[in-house]
Design a protein around this ligand. Sequence first.
Ligand SMILES: O=C1NC[C@H](CO)[C@@H](O)[C@@H]1O
Length: 435
Amino acid sequence: KFGNIALAATLLMAGAAHADNSGFVAVKDSHFERNGQRYMIAGANFWYGGYLGAPTGVGQRARLVKELDRMKALGINNVRVLAVSEKTAMKSAVSPATTSAPGQYDEQLLQGLDFMMAELAKRDMTAVLYLNNFWQWSGGMTQYLNWFTGSPAHDPNVSKDYERYMAENATFYTNARAQAEYRNVIAKIVQRTNTVTKKPYRDDPTILSWQLANEPRPGNSKATPQEKATYVKWIAETAHYIRSLDGRHMVSTGSEGLAGSAQDAQLYLDAHRTPDIAYLTYHLWPTNWGWFDPKKPDATWNGMMEKASHYLNVHVDYAKKLGKPIVLEEFGLNRDGGSFDIKASTKVRDRFYDAVFTTLEKRAAAGDPVAGWNFWAWGGAGRAANADYWWKPGNDFVGDPPQEEQGLYSVFDSDASSLKLIADHDKRLKTIGAK
Ligand SMILES: O=C1NC[C@H](CO)[C@@H](O)[C@@H]1O
């Protein structure tokens, strides 16, 4: 009899040994799992988290600690953060930047990322780190092209010619020297050892995923079959490269979904089919995409919600098709009347957030591969510094990057109704699917 008990205990131990208690988030049956439990992302966008963590210069470590404490208290468990920026002459981009020139990296900003990662780990929070930007506000792909083709970095805030901007940026994917430097940066960060925790990033479960870029697109709205094929290949090869450096962390694309895929569902599916991309991402921007006019809320709300509801649901269906989780890792709406003023109310935005959260909770409760959300974006204690609401070096960082008015989409610490809504839904989301 005693022998049986010993045998049972041994088998139990052996079984337990196989349960993954590493703390890493991984995909299991088209959901996220962490330490054997369902993991839902109840997240925020916090692009400047690494900047606040810097030991000198732009660093504001006391503010960073307070912002993370506030997020943690609300039940936010994940932040989506810009991991690296490129120095550029463009006015609407953040400065300083991590990469001042190919091969020259600002150790202070990289230590900022280290400090932020250490603080997240203390709070049992995770991070999605994006390694490039399709847009100009952190230098991004247009700055790489400036370095390697000599073409002037194209600021669409100045040219207003987004179609030309996007077509030009897509040449990044086939520029061998730009790709080589991009991979140097990827290797530098993925193989980095955190100077605060002394832990290699590769061994740090605080990272939820490495993300190829913020909102990478195949080209402009008329992307050609060749550009689309190039885009799918770039995603697969870059994701494979990251996985060759770090086989423990998931990799994600940063895609907006159809809006960032020339409205081509086949392209969006093909871009996320490779096994090296662990989950799908998508973003939802009603005002940017012309579905909503904050100055005519009553006239445009119904049409917008019809489109938004379809967008939310159809991408969950795409994820089901691929058998992978999907994260709505950006969504946002203006303050009432389109105001940038922190004193403006947020009634319409709260209604929109509530509708987004409720739609995704319903799909998650039905067992669909909804793995959570990140609202755009955490403004916290940051405040716009100038009457015209534009950012200048030395000003506070808020949820809106420098290419947009500081207050456009930010959720500030004084937006009590928004924060309560976020906290309530984050709590509800995390109970869905919990074993
Ligand atoms: O990634 C992004 N998506 C939309 C945000 C708000 O317009 C924008 O600031 C950012 O570039």
